[in-house]
Each structure stands twice: as C-alpha cells, then as structure tokens.
Design a binder for this molecule. Structure first.
Ligand code: SF4
Ligand code: SF4
Length: 158
C-alpha cells in the first residue's frame, strides 16, 4: 500500500516538473532557425571553431606564395584517404602540382590540418556545401588555393 502511494507521488511529481519545464520554455524567445528556408541574419557566419566547411590551401600574405610543400603528411593522416597530392621539385622548391580533396568522403576530423607542418591547410567557414553530384564535392588545387585567398567564385556549384 505504502509503495503504491510512493509510486503515485513520484509519478505525479515528475508530471508536474515536466509540465513546468514545458510551460517555462513556451514563453521563451525562439532560437530555432528554419534553415535553409530562412537564414538567421544577412551575412551570417558560423561561430569560431566551426570545422564543417570546405578545405582551403593558404598562401603567404606577402608574396602570395603557396605554403604547401607537398609533403603528403595530411594525406597520410587522413583516416578516410580522401586527399590525393602530386608534388614536384626538391627541398624549398617543392610544391604541389595536383591536390584533390573529396569532401564527400571527408569526416571533418581536422587530422589533416593538425598534421600539416607548415600550417598550409585549413577549413573554411563555408557551410552551404551540399551539391547535386558527388563530383561537385571534389576540390582541386585551383579551388583549394582560391578558397585560401578568399576567392570563392572559383568554387563549382554542381
Ligand atoms: S578533415 Fe579528416 S577526413 Fe577530412 S580531409 Fe582532413 S583528415 Fe581527411
Ligand atoms: S597541406 Fe601541409 S601536410 Fe598537406 S602536403 Fe601540403 S604541406 Fe604537407
């Protein structure tokens, strides 16, 4: 008998607590964005630390020289093998002649970014990356360099 009363009391208490939480949140301002039907605000950008965007290759600010030395460390670090690099030259002259990242396979783990010894590779804050074909998710050298220079117009929208 006593156990049944305790159960009823516990059940009633949890219903009251649950409804109190619902009632309180009912009056709070809505923070849900109906993305992509409506965007939160003009020129909205993800918060710092966002890592879900396309990749980019950085160039030095002064001479716009591509930082990448085609060492292949990022490709080796990638757990899904979605980076392909071909390099030319030796020592300081070494540079990539082909660089592909298949963003359709990428799991956005940032291991490639962390593996790079010269801070040449990073992710953009470009968050609208869906494409209508898998081929549209493969970034080549030109696109990676253009993204690093802030020239997004080279990006293919396929
Ligand atoms: S973020 Fe991860 S999965 Fe994507 S390219 Fe870099 S290492 Fe590969
Ligand atoms: S991006 Fe960095 S790790 Fe990858 S090949 Fe270029 S220098 Fe090496």
């Amino acid at each position: 008998m006593w156990a049944a009363i305790c159960d009823i009391w516990q059940g009633g208490k949890s219903i009251i607590i649950g409804h109190t939480v619902t009632f309180r949140n009912f009056w709070r301002p809505k923070i849900t964005d109906r993305y992509p039907h409506s965007k939160p605000e003009e020129n909205w950008q993800p918060k710092p630390g966002y890592r879900g965007g396309f990749a980019q290759l950085k160039s030095d600010k002064e001479d716009r020289e591509l930082r990448c030395i085609a060492c292949n460390l990022c490709a080796q670090a990638c757990p899904v093998g979605c980076i392909h690099i071909e390099g030319e030259g030796k020592g300081k002259e070494r540079h990539p002649v082909a660089f592909y990242i298949d963003m359709g396979l990428c799991v956005f783990c940032h291991q490639c970014v962390e593996a790079c010894p010269v801070d040449a590779l990073t992710m953009t804050e470009e968050y609208e990356i869906s494409r209508t074909s898998r081929a549209g998710l493969i970034r080549d050298l030109d696109e990676l360099v253009a993204a690093g220079e802030g020239r997004q117009e080279v990006s293919r929208v396929v």
